[in-house]
Design a binder for this molecule. Structure first.
Ligand SMILES: [Zn+2]
Ligand SMILES: [Zn+2]
Length: 368
């Protein structure tokens, strides 16, 4: 679903906060990152660096702050320097950001609004999606570094996630904003689901919690929520069970067999992923399950203006080939008079462990 409140960070972070929590030191980091943007941060001579700092510190004051950053975020390059040789950099002399300094300045820049103001926001607009629960328009908005998708009718919250204001960089139109936010969200979920923290690259473990522990609108409609919190940086993510399934190879293969690609589409277009609605297993009896599955196929055909008579091929995936007789009987009752080409394949398991059969049918319908 999104992010929760971060808890207090680990104590090692406090040293980092203390180090950069000073106006002059912040400038010493910012200046090299903004000179010659897009290239490796340059080395600046002591006086060159000092002159570019707005606060105009005196020489000894500047020297004090520069020394505090040396070794961690800044290095001194050049002949006779005792610092580590800078990799991939021409023989430059002066002070330059170390990789840690570059990373830090990029993270800070990513959190700043693109236009320099402090109210990066987009008023609610129609997200071109009807609520899966009530049919009303789902609205998107960006405010307070949060991107959200929420139903204008029942209030169901589909997405609520910390998103850097860079999502608004270059003033994208609404469609492009939805697209960027979806890409960002997808990457975040994928990284978390694979056990990584998308912010700091640390490892995270999932915990399944009851939906009443979270308090977002519509949580009572969910079966459970998967929470992941990064021990290192505090980054927290909540995911629905349906979203989790998107990272299960079996689900991906299942969907593909049914002509549906789930790895490369917007989450909001996958009802099972964003609503937590799920398949219900009505019976563990192979005959009953097969009947149910064939009835569903026939209803879908009828909805599309076709019928069982149009089916030319059926395939059944079964977890136990010894069930062939019971499943075959259900098949005979539905398609016996049609006689489509038929095959039955035994598979290791189906998406729900309680499922013993899954069916596919191809139908050919004339256009006129
Ligand atoms: Zn709704
Ligand atoms: Zn982290």
């Amino acid at each position: 679903m999104g992010d929760g409140d971060s808890t207090d960070g680990p104590s090692s972070a406090s040293a980092a906060f203390e180090l950069v929590g000073n106006e002059i030191r912040a400038e010493i980091l910012r200046v090299p990152s903004e000179v010659r943007r897009g290239e490796l941060p340059p080395a600046l001579a002591f006086s060159e660096l000092r002159d570019r700092i707005d606060a105009r510190p005196g020489s000894s004051q500047f020297n004090y702050h520069l020394r505090r950053l040396l070794g961690t975020y800044v290095e001194r390059r050049g002949s006779g320097s005792a610092q580590l040789a800078a990799e991939f950099v021409e023989d430059e002399e002066g002070y330059a950001l170390r990789p840690g300094g570059t990373l830090l300045t990029r993270v800070v820049a990513a959190m700043a609004p693109p236009d320099g103001g402090d109210d990066a926001r987009v008023d609610p607009f129609d997200a071109d999606l009807d609520c899966y629960f009530c049919g009303a328009a789902v609205r998107a908005r960006y405010e307070n570094r949060i991107f959200q998708l929420r139903c204008s009718g029942c209030g169901h919250l589909y997405v609520y996630t910390l998103t850097p204001p860079g999502v608004l960089a270059g003033d994208p139109g609404r469609a492009a904003l939805l697209d960027r936010a979806a890409t960002y969200l997808r990457r975040k979920y994928t990284t978390f689901a694979r056990g990584g923290c998308p912010l700091c690259a640390g490892g995270v473990e999932p915990t399944i919690i009851a939906p009443d522990v979270v308090n977002w609108p519509g949580a009572d409609r969910l079966a459970a929520v998967v929470r992941r919190t990064c021990d290192h940086c505090g980054n927290t993510n909540y995911a629905l069970l349906g979203t989790e399934l998107l990272h299960d190879p079996e689900l991906v293969a299942f969907a593909r067999r049914h002509g549906r690609e789930v790895t490369d589409v917007e989450l909001r277009t996958l009802p099972f992923a964003v609503t937590d609605r799920h398949t219900e297993v009505v019976s563990e009896d192979p005959y009953e399950q097969a009947r149910e599955a064939f009835d569903t196929v026939v209803s879908a055909l009828e909805e599309a203006g076709a019928s069982a008579e149009d089916v030319v091929r059926t395939r059944m995936f079964v977890t136990d080939i010894d069930d062939w007789e019971a499943i075959g009987r259900a098949h005979e009752e539905t398609f016996g008079h049609v006689r489509p080409a038929t095959s039955m394949v035994q598979v290791e398991r189906l998406i729900d462990p309680a499922m013993v059969v899954e069916v596919e049918a191809d139908a050919v319908v004339d256009d006129d």
